[in-house]
Design a protein around this ligand. Structure first.
Ligand code: SF4
Length: 625
């Protein structure tokens, strides 16, 4: 027995129908702790080198952390990993809800799926009983629709994750959906399940998880809840969730607008957090054990129909909203709903749509290519393209590859405004005026994703403290600010953020209580000890998080031909086109400064000038690769 863990790894081979359960090894727990630690180690060790992401041999991993499912705030996170069809490298994605904790209650810390089912199937787990079941009647249907149908068929006490038609059709940015609005959105993780003929995974778990000191956990968990409620961010941040940052981003010139051509819009107040509450919200919705429910379940009314949907949160508001120049909050929420039903990541979908609109605007795509006239700001264009993408029909088949792949097909210089890093579309922060944010996205192992680094507030405030976002963004903003952080000085803060943010994906809790509300890291050390009996400091957790940057970098070196420095460049637009107007008019970061930042960053990481970890660095972190 290992305190804090369910104790078993579940392996499912879909080609042979072989189901094997093995004890969770103590060495894996001691060295890699859980969640993202497990997925990074297992993917490196077990995935066949150079496997195609859609090959049956590409493994699909689900992993929970030691804190997942216990009595403390927001311990309901689940981590997924596989070789990414979007980047061709290490890919992972994290999701809230109730799925991971139920997997642990069923007895599993890790599930590794490989092979390919002969026919459309789903995986059914009821504690020890694990089956591969025919899913023909669910295939082709929307994510939430199938979740609802499966709950009717199996019972409300099953937790279900599904893919939509986009995952079935191997769209490079297909997501996994769960809990009627939670997604593991990024890196095309849903397409990998689709490639294995798996429509859904349903789990029911009724067991307990051994805890080292239950009384201590109760005491510390209660304290965490109590102290969290006393923080100003508790009442300041929770009502609007991430959508509350929209105005600030617009004011400081960080709100992507018209495919990142501009950095602010003149209708932010129509698509901000207040608009979500006023126009859409029916109720708050949260994940397992969460006292700060950031989900806003609402009702969107549009000229083409109504929809009930969780969201939109900030990334969706910015990328399906201002970045597509769509200014009606109901229309944005409806696009959010369509993405959820089709199983498309709203971040990548927003960037892909805006890329297509710009191609059309510049005459690189025509009505004949697309099937209709499409344009920025046109809701119906967006609906049409999303459906084409999910079905891989016509131009949708080109756009389904993501902006990197689509630009390669369309050509004519469209790569100038394909906004991605390593093949993953950039999320909702214009960074031409934010060197730290830009560097954090450039160097992330999975591509441009805010889950790996967020230092925009530091760029704006010139602060070197990673932590409470609200402290960084509150107070009067100078409308004419320029980054106070010098380019070479941003490296320490980027490294710190890159270690802290994904650290929560290792232990299995939500990061927002720390990032947005300011809950101190010492609480996590205390509950970690109460649960596992292991004294594991936050410093050690950050050190492990740092180690994973080297391990995943080496995975990318192994899997992506020619991988190195050139894969860390930002989109061309960001170092060649000044921001045309708004508070940061004229600003961009020149290539020379980007190269300098990379030099400093590689030095700070212990990587060579091509961005490859040196043998000394690997040895220092105990990586014998
Ligand atoms: Fe889920 Fe939001 Fe709560 Fe985090 S803050 S656990 S994402 S509801």
């Amino acid at each position: 027995m290992i305190y804090g863990y369910a104790g078993t790894i579940l392996r499912i081979n879909l080609s042979t129908n072989k189901i094997v359960k093995t004890p969770l090894k103590k060495e894996l727990v001691e060295e890699y702790v859980g969640g993202r630690g497990f997925t990074a180690k297992i993917l490196y060790d077990e995935n066949p080198p150079n496997v195609h992401p859609f090959s049956p041999e590409n493994i699909f991993i689900v992993a929970m952390g030691p804190l997942s499912g216990h009595m403390l705030p927001s311990s309901g996170k689940t981590h997924f990993a596989t070789k990414s069809p979007a980047t061709g490298g290490y890919g992972d994605s994290n999701m809230g809800g109730h799925f991971g904790v139920t997997m642990k209650y069923a007895g599993y810390d890790v599930m590794i799926i490989d092979g390919k089912a002969e026919k459309h199937s789903y995986i059914l787990i009821n504690d020890d009983d694990v089956k591969i079941v025919d899913a023909e009647k669910y295939w082709g249907r929307g994510s939430a629709e199938v979740e609802e149908a499966m709950k009717k068929d199996l019972g409300e006490d099953y937790q279900i994750l599904t893919i939509g038609p986009a995952g079935e059709n191997l769209v490079n940015f297909a997501c996994i959906s769960h809990d009627f609005g939670r997604q593991a959105g990024r890196i095309g993780i849903g397409a990998v399940l689709g490639s294995k003929n798996i429509k859904a995974i349903a789990v029911k778990g009724t067991k307990g998880i051994p805890v080292f000191d239950p009384e201590l956990l109760l005491e510390k968990g209660k304290k965490m809840y109590g102290d969290l409620r006393k923080k100003p961010g508790f009442t300041g941040w929770t009502p609007q969730g991430t959508a509350g940052i929209t105005d600030w981003c617009n004011n400081v010139g960080a709100l992507p607008t018209r495919n990142f051509q501009k950095s602010n819009c003149d209708y932010a107040e129509k698509i901000n957090g207040e608009a979500v509450l006023k126009e859409l919200k029916i109720t708050d919705k949260g994940c397992f054990s969460c006292p700060t429910p950031c989900g806003k379940y609402g009702h969107a009314k549009t000229k083409i129909g109504d929809a009930y949907v969780e969201g939109p949160e900030y990334e969706t508001l910015s990328l399906l909203g201002s970045n597509c120049d769509i200014s009606n909050i109901h229309d944005i929420a409806y696009l959010n709903y369509i993405c959820d039903e089709l199983g498309l990541d709203t971040c990548s979908a927003g960037v892909v749509l805006s890329f297509a609109f710009e191609c059309f605007e510049k005459g690189l795509l025509t009505k004949e290519d697309v099937g209709m006239e499409v344009s920025f700001g046109d809701f119906e264009s967006a609906v049409y393209l999303l459906r084409q993408i999910a079905e891989r029909k016509g131009i949708g088949n080109v756009l389904a590859e993501g902006v990197r792949g689509a630009a390669a097909t369309i050509g004519k210089g469209s790569d100038q405004f394909a906004i991605h890093v390593k093949g993953l579309e950039w999320t909702g922060y214009e960074s031409r005026n934010a060197p730290g944010m830009m560097l954090g996205y450039m160097t992330a192992d999975i591509g441009a994703h805010h889950g790996r680094c967020w230092v925009l507030g530091n760029d704006v405030a010139g602060s070197a403290v990673v932590g409470n976002v609200n402290d960084l963004i509150s107070g009067e903003q100078n409308a004419n600010f320029l980054p106070k952080a010098k380019h070479e000085n941003v490296v320490p803060i980027v490294l710190k953020s890159q270690h802290i943010r994904p650290a929560f994906d290792i232990i299995g809790t939500c990061r927002l209580q720390f990032m947005e509300i300011g809950l101190e890291t010492s609480y996590y050390e205390e509950v970690f000890y109460a649960i596992t009996g292991r004294k594991f400091s936050w410093v050690e957790l950050e050190r492990l998080s740092e180690k994973l940057w080297h391990l995943n970098r080496m995975y990318n070196v192994r899997e992506i031909e020619g991988f190195g420095r050139k894969f860390d460049y930002p989109p061309k637009r960001f170092y060649t086109e000044p921001i045309p107007d708004g508070p940061n008019k004229g600003h961009f970061i020149e290539l020379e400064a980007i190269e300098e930042m990379l030099d400093h960053y590689y030095d700070g990481r212990g990587w060579d000038c091509n961005g490859i970890p040196t043998s000394d660095t690997l040895v220092k972190f105990g990586l014998n690769l």
